[in-house]
Design a protein around this ligand. Structure first.
Ligand code: ADP
Ligand code: ZN
Length: 214
């Protein structure tokens, strides 16, 4: 099963993608995680990505398309994948369609997770991420058992640079201008499934499992 998670920053698609990945036994492919790993390792890609991400802007299409093209060739994608954070522009969606066609594959479902700006801003500003395993928490709504420490792996929790208030507005603007058109794009192809991202986490997961039949 090949799935795309679509939705604005902070809506919880990464958290849900991680759950679904475990349930379905297929990889979660997060362009944000891949880019952050490159920043941490100080690769040339990481150096380019750091400044752009801190401004809340999108990386050039060619760069992320290259990353995904290589990732989808990996053997663990044979039985399916969950794309989280890609595609984010129409050009990326077109490139994805081309790649998959070449591999004799196609997208089965595009899950569009929605929430209002106020909820998104509150979620992003309280979000904390595990440096080691990437699991996400919220200081109020979903705190770890002991502050600053990941329940899953004991890693250190931190606030992403682009989760600070100054950057969040820019990310929402980028989403509206460049990513929102993908809702039309995929509904036109009959692939779009809607989920209410303002519902509690367990409810969101349940709706997604029903939609996917898993
Ligand atoms: P969120 O899920 O909160 O939107 P991500 O971790 O997916 O955040 O992405 C963080 C940043 O990484 C984005 O703001 C952008 O700068 C960059 N990025 C991630 N995916 C893409 C993409 N498909 N195209 C361009 N830039 C991307
Ligand atoms: Zn962790």
């Amino acid at each position: 099963m090949n799935v795309i998670m679509l939705g604005p920053p902070g809506v919880g698609k990464g958290t849900q993608a991680m759950e679904l990945s475990k349930i379905c036994g297929i990889p979660q492919i997060s362009t944000g995680d891949i880019l952050r790993a490159n920043v941490k390792q100080g690769t040339p890609l990481g150096l380019q990505a750091k400044a752009i991400m801190e401004r809340g802007e999108l990386l050039p299409d060619a760069v992320v398309i290259g990353i995904i093209a290589a990732r989808l060739e990996e053997p663990d994608c044979e039985s399916g994948f969950i794309l989280d954070g890609f595609p984010r522009t129409v050009a990326q969606a077109d490139a994805l369609e081309e790649m998959l066609t070449r591999q004799g594959k196609r997208i089965d479902h595009v899950i569009n997770v929605q929430a209002g700006d106020e909820v998104l801003t509150r979620r992003i500003s309280g979000r904390r991420t595990c440096r080691s395993c990437g699991r996400m928490y919220h200081v109020e709504y979903d705190p770890p058992s002991s502050p600053g420490i990941c329940d899953t792996c004991g890693g250190e929790l931190y606030q992403r640079d682009d989760d600070r208030e100054g950057t969040v507005q820019r990310r929402l603007e980028e989403y509206r201008a460049k990513t929102q058109p993908l809702i039309q794009y995929y509904s036109g192809r009959g692939l779009l499934r809607e989920v209410d991202g303002e519902a509690p986490r367990e409810t969101v997961l349940k709706s997604m499992r029903e939609l996917l039949g898993v």
